[in-house]
Design a protein around this ligand. Structure first.
Ligand code: SAM
Length: 293
């Protein structure tokens, strides 16, 4: 490991020689630390520091710019939640676009829906896809990708800007709003997504922790309300994300997840989402309701 810091943020070696990853973000004097057994991969891509480490508690873990993205232990929670909820809300999703999502977990969930004919996965960083498929089959899947999944290595903002009335569902599976992902949380991008959706299309994005990033969730929700008549936030518990409670925001031109029900939910192989979770995830605690106004 290059970084020989004894403490602090990012990868570091402790005085006893053990290796750690400390979340670069500190909020409320809180910082998560992961003990690392070994590095499986580390390189600087054109966009970010890309690492796959084996953590002691959560197994193999994808880390971008020293921020945990997904782990073999709890990656399924995030990937099922960001994919099944929008796909079950749309009565017949055929064309799906995933922006980001280079770990391939969301794409893998999307093709569980027989109505889905095509998934465009638009990931800015080819390296993320390569290392996820090599080291994280628990998240990315084993063997060849489903032929309905089409990989595009480019900036999601440029890709979506050039599309019009094409998609039933757009999933914004982005990293945190820093670096190349910052624009994926802004109004101009959401406008382009709105245009890229069919007249009854819908989108979903990860909208960060309501505890640690309330301003992000609140802003995303308010911004999407300027564009879409239906905006719903839902929650899941993802232990490796700051605060554990994670939010997703769905914005729809027509269909409302609270009305569509769970009849079309695909549950084969699911480890988190079933009809109960789908319904319960929209029941928000009081502090989140207040945050959303
Ligand atoms: N589950 C993760 C989480 O919430 O932390 C995020 C999954 S995924 C690994 C996020 C991906 O978005 C990264 O691989 C990153 O390279 C990609 N990304 C960031 N900005 C992007 C952009 N502007 N266009 C396309 N992909 C982008």
């Amino acid at each position: 490991m290059d970084d020989k810091k004894m403490t602090g943020s990012g990868f570091f070696v402790a005085e006893d020689g053990t290796q750690w990853l400390s979340d670069p973000e500190e909020r409320f004097g809180f910082r998560a630390n992961w003990k690392i057994n070994r590095f499986l991969h580390r390189e600087r891509s054109d966009f970010q520091d890309v690492a796959v480490v084996e953590t002691e508690g959560f197994g193999k873990t994808l880390v971008l710019d020293e921020i945990v993205q997904t782990t073999e232990t709890d990656g399924f929670i995030y990937n099922e939640m960001i994919t099944h909820i929008p796909l079950v809300t749309h009565p017949s999703p055929r064309e799906v676009c995933i922006i980001g999502g280079g770990d391939c977990g969301a794409a893998r969930e999307a093709v569980k829906y027989p109505s889905v004919k095509r998934v465009d996965l638009v990931e800015i960083d080819r390296k993320v896809v390569e290392v996820s498929r090599k080291y994280l089959p628990e998240v990315a899947g084993v063997g060849e990708l489903d032929p309905r999944i089409h990989l595009h290595y480019e900036d999601g903002t440029a890709f979506i800007r050039e599309r019009e009335s094409l998609y039933d569902v757009v999933v914004v599976d982005s990293s945190d709003p820093v670096g190349p992902a910052a624009v994926l949380f802004e109004l101009p991008f959401y406008r382009d997504v709105h245009r890229a959706l069919k007249t009854d299309g819908l989108m979903v994005c990860q909208s960060e922790s309501p505890i640690f990033h309330p301003e992000v969730l609140s802003r995303v929700h308010q911004t999407l309300r300027q564009l879409f008549p239906v905006v719903r936030t839902y929650l899941a518990t993802v232990p490796t994300y700051p605060g554990g409670v994670w939010s997703f925001t769905l914005a729809s031109k027509t269909y409302d997840p609270l009305r569509e029900g769970s009849g079309r939910l695909q549950t084969t192989g699911n480890r988190y989402v079933d009809a109960d979770v789908l319904e319960g995830s929209f029941r928000l605690p009081v502090y989140v309701k207040k945050l959303l106004g």
